[in-house]
Design a protein around this ligand. Structure first.
Ligand code: ADP
Length: 299
């Protein structure tokens, strides 16, 4: 059967590098964002998340590599494709002298398909006062307005750079669930950057981990959690200092006991450890936070 045309990934990146003068930030990023997915781009502060998102959008020119967004080169993105994108930058900049209602009317005027019902609903749900000027509002309120502006034209692809950074935890939860509800209903695609693993766990179905300028893991969140595990090993005799396990991220040895974090657990690995070391093995699940720390060698 022929693959439907619209099943093509919305974003395809291969070998992307980006340097600012002598600072090499991205060192060969490969990433594919499937249609209809919600991907959390997870990385520490300064790891290059904003830089990557800006390269995807054609706001920064890549040093080398290939980037396709909606099937096009972002540096020469067509007006039609731009109209299918929504983007909220980390540093929100709005016309501070405008009232909320005015800024929405002003932005809506650029889009023939603006969904006024949606923006009215979001303003109400997120408790944004429409008659107040934007300038004096809190960073959290401004971030909500920027999001509403990015959603009003109902983009196919929404790119959010640390969208909830200015919100307190309960507002973050409410905001993320509303966002997800809107996007899920329409089978839209979202990529959002964050350094908060619990936000990824709460709303994303895919995760991409940016580390030392590369995507070190990308795929379904459930798959990552199925693969990365902590093994508690108890042998019949003391384990040697050189004790090691395939695909281990970190090993702690204490007499007959060892604790090993592994990146790819499977029945064959467990069998091998049990028979080679006359050991019993217990497999423990890890939270995304623990997985993130183990992958970074920071656990
Ligand atoms: P993140 O979004 O993960 O916090 P950034 O992409 O903002 O990371 O930054 C990654 C690195 O690139 C940082 O060291 C930052 O100082 C550097 N950087 C980002 N933008 C520029 C720029 N325009 N000029 C020079 N260095 C930059």
């Amino acid at each position: 059967m022929n693959e439907p045309l619209n099943a093509a990934p919305l974003i395809e990146v291969s070998g992307l590098t980006k340097a600012f003068d002598a600072t090499q930030v991205l060192r060969g990023v490969d990433l594919t964002i499937p249609r209809g997915s919600v991907t959390g781009l997870l990385g520490k502060n300064g790891s290059g998340k904003s830089t990557l998102l800006k390269c995807l959008l054609g706001l920064l020119r890549v040093s080398s590599g290939d980037v396709r967004i909606l099937g096009e080169d972002p540096w020469h993105l067509s007006a039609e494709s731009k109209a299918r994108l929504g983007y909220v930058a980390q540093e929100v900049s709005l016309y501070s002298w405008m009232r909320v209602r005015q800024i929405i009317e002003y932005t809506a005027a650029f889009y023939p398909t603006w969904n006024h019902d949606l923006t009215r609903d979001l303003l109400r749900r997120w408790e944004v006062p429409t008659e107040e000027r934007v300038g004096p509002m809190s960073p959290g309120q401004q971030q909500k307005i920027a999001l509403i502006l990015a959603l009003g034209h109902e983009p196919d692809l929404l790119i959010l750079d640390e969208p909830v950074a200015s919100l307190d935890p309960s507002a973050r939860r409410e905001f993320l669930s509303t966002l997800l509800e809107i996007m899920r209903n329409e089978n839209r695609t979202i990529i959002f950057s964050t350094h908060i693993t619990t936000d990824v766990e709460r709303v994303a179905d895919h995760v991409a981990i940016l580390q030392e300028g590369k995507i070190t893991w990308h795929g379904e969140l459930g798959d990552l959690k199925d693969r990365v595990k902590r093994l508690r090993i108890t042998s019949e005799q003391d384990l040697p200092a050189a004790f090691t396990v395939a695909d281990s991220l970190r090993t702690e040895i204490s007499g007959r006991h060892a604790m090993v974090a592994v990146s790819a657990v499977g029945p064959a690995l467990i069998d091998e450890i049990e028979s080679q070391w006359q050991a019993s093995v217990t497999v423990e699940d890890l939270s995304l936070e623990e997985i993130f720390l183990e992958l970074h060698g920071d656990a």
